[in-house]
Structure formats: structure tokens, C-alpha cells
Design a protein around this ligand. Structure first.
Ligand code: NDP
Length: 332
């Protein structure tokens, strides 16, 4: 059977999504990006992944965040995305901002992880093949490698841009001292770091405490926040137990035993604040991330279109009152 031809919503840029400038650059990113870390691999039906990705695009979410090892198993989220590109999205390639990364374990042996030139170059070639792309919009070093000289990793990133395989470069989860080196090295070679990516949510504010978010603001680097919902904790999902189809039930990255009575108590207070604001906790949690000065975009995950609909409405959430912020800060 010939699959129906996808035709995107003509209202995709009038549906309410907002776009923010990424640091001192020409790139605008949607305030909500879609991440394909979980729920887009071989363990879920292709039709569901396709539905979510196309729904995102139909609603102005043009930025899709991937990595070589997203799945599970590794590589399969990129394969899923590659199939969606081939079957539906390729005519709209120029409307999309597609990112991938390398840094974590991908294949066995000494060249399958961390930050060597050998690994980064080979991994990006594999990612491009899996995603049916000629280039990614941005390629990230996925984690800091304490053993490879920083200059080797950074020069590989520069060369990847010079080869035309990525338009921009990003760094994820590097400590601030390494970021200082990276910022200088990349700027001096005219391939400035476009984006820094790290975790930021109501519960986890390490990037702010470490001074990284100030560093990014001072140096005109965009900040893209991952796990803005603390993997689903900062939603109503776990207030009445652990649903069978949830990430905590699967237990691979969010462990059920982290949902302690103390955490539940905090979640109930946050849920009360959200109720007073007239919105679900998930939306409030994203709105909180988007209200932080350094943040360009929050990368959300989701396992359904309904979840995505709820979180993307955060772009229209009301501003926080000082009293709401006081309660949120006191709980966390
Ligand atoms: P979130 O904190 O947004 O968690 C997503 C999960 O929250 C969903 O899978 C779903 O859980 C639940 N959820 C989402 N919306 C709702 C809702 N409206 N109501 C109830 N539950 C909801 O983000 P992730 O942790 O998934 O990370 C997002 C992205 O960030 C990743 O896909 C990846 O692209 C990037 N990332 C980058 C990392 C890095 O090292 N650079 C590390 C981690 C993530 P359920 O599946 O249980 O339904």
C-alpha cells in the first residue's frame, strides 16, 4: 500500500509557538524543542513516533534533538527520524533544525565513545546515514572527556563544520573551565559555539549555581535546557503511583525508588502552585525553565501527542508572581 503523503499544517507558524534568538547568532530556535532520547527507538511503534514528530512540526516545533545513542537500542531514534525524513519531512528540510551528538558509548572498542577526532568524525558519518541527511544543523560534543586533549575534540568540531557536515557546533555537559577554553578556541577559528546544552529544571539548578548560565549570557552562547520536567517527575504523572507505561516503571533512567515520600510532598506543593496559576504542573515546569534568563529553548521529551500539546502551551503561560517563585524556591 502506498502511504498517504504528508502535508504539513499551513498554520504551523501561526499556531502559537514562539522563537528566541540563540545567543549572538542569526539562528532562532523554538522555545520548545522536541528531544528523541526516549520513546522513539525500536521498542515503540513507528506510527507513534511519526505521529509525535509530525505533530510537533505542525505546531511550529522545528528543532529536533537527537544523539547517536538515542533509542533504545542505540542508533534507533536516529533511524526512526531518518525514516520520517524520507517518508514525510524531506521537502521541508530547510525549515528544520536537526541536531545530533556523540560522546557516550556507541560501538565497542577504543574508538566508540568519548572525544577523540576518530570517534566524533566516524559517529557523525553514521548519524547522517541513519537520518538520511546530508548535514546536521548542529553537532554537539555530548560530554566532557577528561583524557582527550580539549584541542583535539574542538578541532574535530571545527573541521566538521568546514567539511559541511554540520552548520553549527554545540557543547553539552562540559564543566565551566572547559567551556572557557572551548568558547575561546572555537571563536578564534570563526566557528563560535552556538549552543550549550545541560540539565535545568525546578529541582536541578546546577548550571545556574556553577555560574555556567551567566558565562553563556556574557559570551552570547545560547542555552538549551534538557529534562525540563525532570524526566516526567515535574508533572502529575506520579502523584498517585507509578503508571505502568511510565519511564519510572521502565526504570532505566528514572528509578522508581527516587520517587520518595519527600519528593511526593514537594510535588504536591508544586501541583498546588500550578493549580492556582490555572495550568497543569507540566506546563508550569516548562514555563519556569523558559523564564530563566539564559534559556533559549527547553527540549521536552514525550510519549504521546497529548503530553506534547500540554507542554508546548507553556510558551503562553503567565509570568510568575514573586509569591509563586518564593514557594517554588522554598520547596526546591
Ligand atoms: P523531560 O524532562 O521533558 O521528560 C520527558 C518525559 O516526561 C516524557 O517521556 C513523559 O514521560 C513525561 N511527560 C512529558 N510531558 C508530560 C505531560 N504533559 N504530562 C505528564 N508527563 C509528561 O525530558 P527528557 O528527560 O526526556 O529529555 C528531553 C530531551 O533532552 C531528550 O530527548 C534529549 O533530546 C535531551 N537530553 C540531553 C541530554 C544530554 O546529555 N545532552 C541528557 C538527557 C536528555 P513518560 O515517558 O513516562 O510518559
Amino acid at each position: 500500500m502506498i502511504p498517504p503523503i504528508y502535508s504539513p499544517s499551513p498554520e504551523r507558524y501561526d499556531s502559537g509557538m514562539k522563537y528566541d534568538r540563540c545567543g549572538h547568532s542569526g539562528v532562532l530556535l523554538p522555545k520548545v524543542s522536541l528531544g528523541l532520547w526516549q520513546n522513539f527507538g525500536d521498542t515503540v511503534p513507528y506510527s507513534r513516533s511519526e505521529e509525535i514528530v509530525l505533530h510537533a512540526f505542525d505546531n511550529g516545533i522545528v528543532s529536533f534533538d537527537l544523539a547517536n545513542n538515542y533509542g533504545p537500542p542505540y542508533g534507533t531514534a536516529e533511524k526512526t527520524f531518518g525514516r520520517i525524513m524520507k517518508e514525510s519531512l524531506s521537502p521541508y528540510r530547510d525549515e528544520l533544525f536537526i541536531t545530533s551528538k556523540a560522546g557516550y558509548d556507541m560501538w565497542p572498542g577504543p574508538y566508540g565513545n568519548w572525544g577523540s577526532r576518530k570517534y566524533l568524525m566516524a559517529s557523525l558519518d553514521q548519524s547522517l546515514r541513519r537520518m538520511n541527511l546530508e548535514y546536521v544543523d548542529l553537532f554537539y560534543s555530548h560530554r566532557y572527556d577528561p583524557e582527550t586533549p580539549l584541542e583535539e575534540t574542538l578541532q574535530a568540531l571545527v573541521d566538521i563544520v568546514r567539511q559541511g557536515k554540520a552548520l553549527y557546533i554545540g557543547i553539552s555537559r562540559w564543566p565551566i573551565e572547559a567551556m572557557r577554553t572551548a568558547e575561546r578556541y572555537l571563536r578564534e577559528r570563526d566557528v563560535p559555539c552556538l549552543v550549550f546544552q545541560d540539565r535545568l529544571n525546578i529541582f536541578d539548578r546546577k548550571v545556574e549555581k556553577d555560574g555556567l548560565s551567566d558565562f553563556l549570557l556574557e559570551n552570547g552562547i545560547g542555552f538549551v535546557a534538557f529534562s525540563p520536567l525532570a524526566q516526567g517527575l515535574l508533572t502529575g504523572r506520579y502523584l498517585n503511583g507509578i503508571p505502568e507505561d511510565s519511564r519510572a516503571a521502565r526504570g532505566s533512567h528514572l528509578k522508581a525508588d527516587t520517587i520518595t515520600p519527600e519528593i511526593l510532598e514537594k510535588l504536591r506543593i508544586l501541583s498546588g502552585v500550578a493549580e492556582l496559576r490555572g495550568e497543569p504542573m507540566a506546563r508550569m515546569a516548562i514555563a519556569w525553565v523558559l523564564s530563566r534568563p539564559a534559556v533559549t529553548s527547553a527540549i521536552v521529551g514525550c510519549s504521546s501527542v497529548t503530553q506534547l500539546d500540554e507542554t508546548m502551551k507553556a510558551v503562553d503561560s503567565p509570568p510568575f508572581t514573586p509569591e509563586e517563585l518564593r514557594i517554588i524556591d522554598s520547596v526546591c
